[in-house]
Every structure is written in C-alpha cells, then in structure tokens.
Write a protein that binds this ligand. Sequence first.
Ligand code: CA
Ligand code: CA
Ligand code: CA
Ligand code: CA
Length: 222
Amino acid sequence: MGLALSPFYVSPEFAFWDKNENERLDPDEVVYLNINPTDDVVSENDVRLTDFVNPPTTYHAGSQVSIGDFDLGRKLIKFGTAKNPRAELRYIDMDDKGPYSFEDEIYLIAEPVEVSQGDIRITGFLPSSYVPGSRVTAGEDDISHKTLTLPGMLSFLNKNGDINNGGYAIYDKGDVVYIDTQYPFYVVTVNDVRLSDLDWVPILMEGLMPPESTSFPSVEAP
Ligand SMILES: [Ca+2]
Ligand SMILES: [Ca+2]
Ligand SMILES: [Ca+2]
Ligand SMILES: [Ca+2]
C-alpha cells in the first residue's frame, strides 16, 4: 500500500479478438484491456484478461502483449455495439454488506448483470476455487449471482518511472494496471486490484515490507 499510481491519458477499454468474425464474444476468444481504445488492435502492452492458448505457448490472463506474440496486431471488437452487449467491471457482494470490500469477487460482466455464461472472473470465485481469468461456464456455482457496479477507475504503477514531455507517466512494458477502488485515488490502497500482475513482487518487497515485519504484505490484505 501507499505506492503512487498514474492515470491513463485516455481511459482504456475492454475488447476482444473476434477470431471467427461473427462480432460476438465466443468462449475461445481472448478478452483484452485495450490500453489505447482508439487503435482497435491488439498492440504491445495491451493486457490479456483471459488465457490465450496458442500451443505450445500459453499466454496467461494478466500478461502484457509483447512484440512477436501471435495475437499482436489482431483486430479488436469493442463491447457495447449493436451486435454485442456492454461489459463492465462489477462485483458479487460476498459479505452481503453492500459496499465493495475485500471478500467481494470482481467480474467483467456483459449484460445481463447477473453472472452468466461467458462472463470473466477478474478475481476468481473463492468458494469454488475458480481462478482469475477464467470464464463462467454452464452449470458453475457462481451463475445467476447478482452483481453491483464496481466503483473505481483504471490506473497504473509506473514501474520504470518514465515520463513524457508533459510530465505524465508513460504506460509501457512492465508497468502494472490496477483497478483503483477507493479514496485516496492514485494510491495503492486496501481492496485495490491488480489487473496485470507481472513482476509486482519485487516492488512490494522493496517498497512496502516494513523492516520489522515478517509477514508478506499483499494489497488485498486488510
Ligand atoms: Ca466471435
Ligand atoms: Ca491496442
Ligand atoms: Ca461487500
Ligand atoms: Ca512506464
């Protein structure tokens, strides 16, 4: 906690690689956080929100796209067009208290707003050990749960500290995307969520481990 986060110049959007070109999200199609929503293609450092299996390689949910990856340059389709429903980050209120809290599970939910087939688990679903980046499939335990709009915005940890001429942080390789869920914004606080998770451990170790502490701090721990 306490690390400064940087805003995106333009807010990223969720989108998918429409492999079979039917303009709808199918179960084998990969969902991305399209960092620059106007480019409409998979580009370097966009973040995969589901696994992309391209034997013998599996690119895991939470990974950044790199130069040379097989999905680089693929056309992206936005959610919320005439042919496919809107999608947004929502949560199941697991502790039944209302506000978003540590126990709650986050999803990328396409309308309708109850959990249904094809929705994507951002934090997993602990009671059934469903993992982050997995897709809701027919017959699973979290289907039909009610969800609420997740407060917050996307921002990033500028790991390499680079800035542009205007003084704004540059999002690039190795930077970590967060869902910034509560005041104060632009600071990593309890309940914030990492959308991309590469190499965050060293930063926590260097920046957050109090010298006297022997337990490993995690952002999720209250
Ligand atoms: Ca499709
Ligand atoms: Ca892109
Ligand atoms: Ca709650
Ligand atoms: Ca950077």
